[in-house]
Design a protein around this ligand. Structure first.
Ligand code: UDP
Ligand code: MG
Length: 327
């Protein structure tokens, strides 16, 4: 095999952008093949994550086009961005030398692909696409995302600042990734854990050209919790430390109350008592919640359910249609 590049593009209800995306990605593949950096055998693989609009219809239409550059994987239902991406990566890992994952809305600058391929040729196994700035984000998204990266670093996790899921991975990195069997997938946390030589390519992120974001607050929170619980046990330790601290405060208050009683002074005021009850109750409930997040995820992991189901594949291997597989 030469330098075979596959692009993996997860799509959920993306009918509004798909034609434009396919055109631009196709041009980029031809341009790169023209320079000789990649082979002609590369493909663009769209993963339909259980869309309810015309997304799969468009993918099928693209796969039937003359140049055989497009391929499609249809998941049996919506499993979320991380699982869809993982399904795509696992489906193509034996076909390609390098794979780049990119969102269907092309908010991530497609021209960064050139530099990623250069870095791969120069020996990098992973090339992270990193956003130079976050001007196109809303204030809320920017503040929460950056706060989250800082929190992950503070919890001791190895994260690449301002990197999402725009990255190049070599086939041996995908092989290593395939051995990670966890349910709560947080790919941008797992990939740095795999090791291998990596580099960074900076780019400017644009705005979504059509359709709307598929990441409402609820999904962002789930991803955030998946990220924290997948990468760090430190929150559990913080809960333990908070418990020890509260016990120490309680012991000090007991000593103070006994001393005040012996000296004939009135005991602590009712207001302080009420505040303490609420504060202690709050901390205990919050701690239980944190422990619960881990216990719940442990429970889900023990089931060892498949992370995705493939209903149909078109054009992945020799242009043939294949039956579904589960992994
Ligand atoms: N996506 C997906 N499944 C989902 C939600 C999103 O495959 O359940 C895809 C979506 O089609 C897009 C990518 O994940 O290609 C990122 O989603 P989006 O652009 O809506 O996220 P944002 O850029 O707003 O964070
Ligand atoms: Mg987007």
């Amino acid at each position: 095999m030469g330098n075979v590049l596959y692009l993996v593009v997860p799509c959920y209800n993306e009918e509004k952008v798909l034609h434009a995306t396919a055109k631009r990605l196709g041009e980029k593949m031809r341009e790169l093949a023209g320079t000789g950096k990649i082979s002609n055998a590369g493909k663009i693989v769209f993963i339909d994550d259980g869309s309810r609009d015309g997304t799969w219809g468009i993918i099928e239409q693209l796969c039937r086009s003359e140049d055989r550059m497009f391929a499609g994987v249809k998941l049996s239902r919506n499993r979320g961005h991380q699982n869809a991406l993982y399904a795509g990566l696992m489906t193509v890992k034996d076909e390609a030398d390098m794979v780049i994952s990119i969102d269907a809305d092309l908010q991530d600058d497609i021209d960064a692909v050139d530099k990623m391929v250069d870095d791969y040729i120069n020996g990098s196994d992973v090339v992270y696409g990193v956003r130079g700035d976050r001007k196109t984000d809303t204030f809320f998204k920017r503040a929460t995302a950056q706060g989250f990266y800082r929190m992950l670093s503070a919890l001791g996790c190895d994260v690449v600042f301002n990197h999402a899921d725009y990255r190049l991975m070599s086939s041996r990195v995908l092989q290593a990734l395939s051995e990670y069997g966890e349910q709560g997938l947080y790919l941008r946390g797992i990939i740095p854990m795999l090791g291998y030589k990596s580099s960074v390519v900076q780019y400017v992120r644009g705005v979504r050209e059509a359709g709307e974001s598929k990441y409402p607050l609820r999904r962002m929170l789930t991803l955030a919790f998946d990220g924290i619980t997948a990468l760090s046990l430190r929150p559990l330790r913080i809960v333990t430390l908070a418990g020890a601290f509260m016990l120490a405060v309680a012991a000090a208050l007991l000593v103070y109350a006994i001393a005040a009683f012996c000296m004939g002074k009135p005991s602590l005021r009712l207001k302080i008592l009420m505040f303490s009850i609420w504060a202690v109750g709050g901390i205990i409930t919050l701690s239980l919640g944190i422990v619960g997040e881990y216990v719940g995820r442990t429970y889900m992991e023990t089931k060892r359910r498949p992370r995705y189901g493939v209903e149909k594949c078109i054009g992945i291997r020799n242009g043939e249609d294949e039956l579904g597989v589960r992994s």
